[in-house]
Design a protein around this ligand. Sequence first.
Ligand SMILES: [Zn+2]
Length: 490
Amino acid sequence: MKAFEQLKTYLNKLRKLNYLIAIVAYDLDTTTPPKAIEEESDLLLDYINEYASISRDSNFIAVAKQTMEEEKENPKIQKLCRTLLDESEFLAKIDPKQYEEWEAAYQASNHAWRKAKEQKDFSLYLPYWKKAIEARRQWASLRKDESMNTLYDACLDAYEKGTREGDIDAIFSRLKEFLLANLPIVQLKQGKEPVILPHGKHDQEDLSYDVLDLIGYDLEQGALRESEHPFSNNLSRHDCRITTHYHEDDWRSNLFSVIHEGGHAIEFQNWSDDMFNHYVDGLATAAVCETHSRLFENLLGRSKAFVHALLPLCKEHLKGEFKSMSEEEFYQAINYVEPSLIRTESDEFTYSIHIIIRYEIERDLINGKIECEDVPAIWNAKYKEYLGVEPSNDSEGVMQDVHWSDGSIGYFPSYALGNLYGAQILHKMKQDIDVDQFVREGKFDQIILWLKEKDFAYDWMDPNIYLKKVTGEELKVDYFLDYLREKYLK
Ligand SMILES: [Zn+2]
């Protein structure tokens, strides 16, 4: 029997464990009653540990190495085995007891964050968060190899293979310079602030389903529920669920969360059988995933063409002021630029500034230049300096995002990289098909068809190779800057 056939026995088991982990995690975030959170978290931890124990299994490692030898001509299998072996080699360096302690620290910190955020009290979270960050530093010091200079490099590499702090510094310094210099100009140029009236949750929910249908999310293979922080995840091959959060005072929040998470899910739902059969369906990096969510949310979702398709749905479900709203007024309302405190509700222009702030802080935190107790004051100072706003409490400041609470340091740059990749990909897509016309007419099947053939099919590759394959070029920051110039500064 070929080694790959033997490897599949393990891969099927790992895949099932991944699905179980996703199912329990989805349940924890949407449905689990408060008194069951601890025992279901414990269940989740068991599955995570079982997954790790397979990765450490010596026979599994031997079979993966044998597969790599036998399948030299197959790039998908090479990439798969390289990823599996990297993980196994890393786990081999860690005492399993230590691994369990880290996982427990992340979970405890995540729970403390939930409570502290609700009570707007950072001090309830701080002792748990310190342990989680310490765990991440230990993890990063073991993961760091000779190609990495800092602990943050090791964190970043876990999400964006091959990307280093120096790369992000270079990309973000250009982006930051452009955004901070042009923000006052954009604000001066735009019309008056739109009036946003409240709309009930149920109307927003009805709208969400129609919008998901419009953009091509297959509800027969998915679901929409509510959670504190919107997210998406594939729970099995034909089950990619998303969540949203309804804010009655601002319908834009849910609407664009749904389009963002729907964008993620559309990528998952359109992976080819070939990718699935080679077990590379989960290998897209965080930035590549964010490319597609942010492509749907912003590049397409906040375009004039999409307004034409979307406004009738808002008129139908939200009624009220929408009845007499023009496309131009609607476009202004969803593209109004205003420095604000909350990342997930920020406009497309200032969004990357929120990311740059998080990047600067998490880099210094993991590298030991600052400590957890310093972060709220640094956070507030950066918001004041870059955006001119200051949080009145830490729940609308440093505690607003879930990421840091469970040790996910190094993820935030993915969102901004996603913007950059997305602008470059859209430029390419527009050379091939009439994107605006399809979006205007709500023909998202044509957009998805292009993505499926020319983009999703390659998203298992390392991000630099992927981008080159899809667009024919390495990453160029200018595509995104040109897009912003054209949209906001003309
Ligand atoms: Zn996302």
